[in-house]
Design a protein around this ligand. Structure first.
Ligand code: KG4
Ligand code: ZN
Length: 343
């Protein structure tokens, strides 16, 4: 089956063609147009600007996909939420128009489920890889979820305040580093000493699988308030110390959850999965166990439509497609709780 996928939930306009059977997925084409340089001048994403910028860019990107001909696309997949309300609508209405005019089903895709399926792209994840413990770390989400099989999720825990990516973004802003904060903080951290400053490890020892990152951001603010005019090395040291604190908490909580759930695989999902320190630490902590660690290819870590195509193909197999595309709507506040089982 072949699916055309659209993603416009935040500041990336993305389209892709993905082929697969619902268990393995091949990316035929994957186009991403980033708005980051526009939002950088505001220090973060401005929702109305993001939505308006998707409008002129999306149709030519769809037209630029060459790997299909009339009649050989089985369905359209689109991110319906969570995300920025008006930005989502640009993708959703475009997807509806395509599906209606081609007379094919439309599959609504949860953006976070898309990040999970980024791990399935261009590789074979066998049935015996389940159950999979997913650590989801993006700009808006930090969650631990046990995926027992395709489409079967048990929710274990989440952040009580800032998401991991948000903590990187806010810390970068405090330090005068560019948006998005993850890449700029991790670049600076690579030149810094992670033991230079002692920063808190919020909720490291709690017995739940929840997280909290807002206090860490405040600790960084208090730390740098004591600096007169910090050198580049001091900024690098703060970044390294901050990153070490985030990574330690994420890895420890994931390890705790794994020891309880005994998954076959641990999977890293979402934009923060691009972080090399986190990828390395997660792989190291499970290296001597029977639990495999899967991280997405770097191109599929941040927002893209290939991951939406994979989740969409799986949704098609599982009967989640709408035969009447016009019933689909964007739902910006959609939470994973909508179809994820809470325990
Ligand atoms: O998944 P994503 O592209 O968008 C959302 O769904 O939110 O994630 C974006 C987040 C941003 O907060 C960004 O700072 C963070 O991912 N990020 C990183 C890295 N690359 C992107 N965080 C840490 N290290 C990175 N290398
Ligand atoms: Zn995302």
């Amino acid at each position: 089956m072949k699916i055309l996928a659209i993603e416009t939930s935040c500041d990336e306009t993305a389209v892709a063609l993905v082929e697969g059977d619902g268990s393995s997925f091949t990316v035929l084409e994957n186009l991403v147009s980033s708005q980051i340089s526009t939002h950088q001048q505001y220090g973060g994403v401005v929702p109305e600007v993001a939505a308006r910028m998707h409008v002129p860019v999306l149709p030519p990107m769809i037209a630029a996909l060459t790997g299909w001909k009339k009649g050989d696309i089985d369905a359209v997949a689109v991110t319906t939420g969570p995300g920025l309300s008006t930005a989502l609508r640009v993708g959703v209405e475009t997807a509806k128009a395509l599906a209606v005019s081609w007379g094919i089903p439309l599959v609504p895709v949860d953006h976070i489920e898309g990040h999970i399926y980024a791990n399935f792209l261009d590789r074979t994840v066998r049935a015996d890889a389940f159950p999979i413990l997913c650590l989801i770390v993006s700009g808006g989400h930090t969650e631990l979820v046990l995926m027992k099989d395709h489409g079967e999720y048990t929710f274990l825990g989440q952040t009580r305040d800032d998401a991991a990516g948000e903590a990187f973004d806010k810390t970068a802003a405090q330090l005068g580093l560019s948006y998005p904060g993850g890449p700029s903080v991790s670049l600076a951290a690579s030149k810094g000493n992670a033991e230079a400053y002692i920063l808190p490890r919020p909720m490291l020892w709690t017995e739940d699988y929840d997280f909290s990152f807002s206090g860490l951001k405040t600790a960084v603010r208090n730390l740098i308030a004591g600096f007169d005019s910090p050198s580049d090395q001091m900024i690098a040291d703060v970044c390294a110390s901050f990153q070490a604190a985030v990574v330690e908490v994420l890895v420890k909580k994931t390890h705790n959850a794994a020891m309880e759930c005994m998954p076959k695989t641990v999977m890293l999902c979402g934009g923060v999965s691009a972080n090399r320190a986190l990828r390395g630490a997660l792989q190291a902590v499970f290296a001597k166990t029977d639990i495999a660690v899967l991280v997405p290819e770097l191109t599929y870590t941040t927002d893209n439509a290939a991951m939406i195509g994979a989740a969409g193909l799986r949704g098609l197999v599982d009967g989640k497609a709408a035969q009447d595309p016009l019933v689909i709507d964007a739902d910006s506040a959609k939470t994973l709780g909508g179809h994820w089982k809470w325990e």
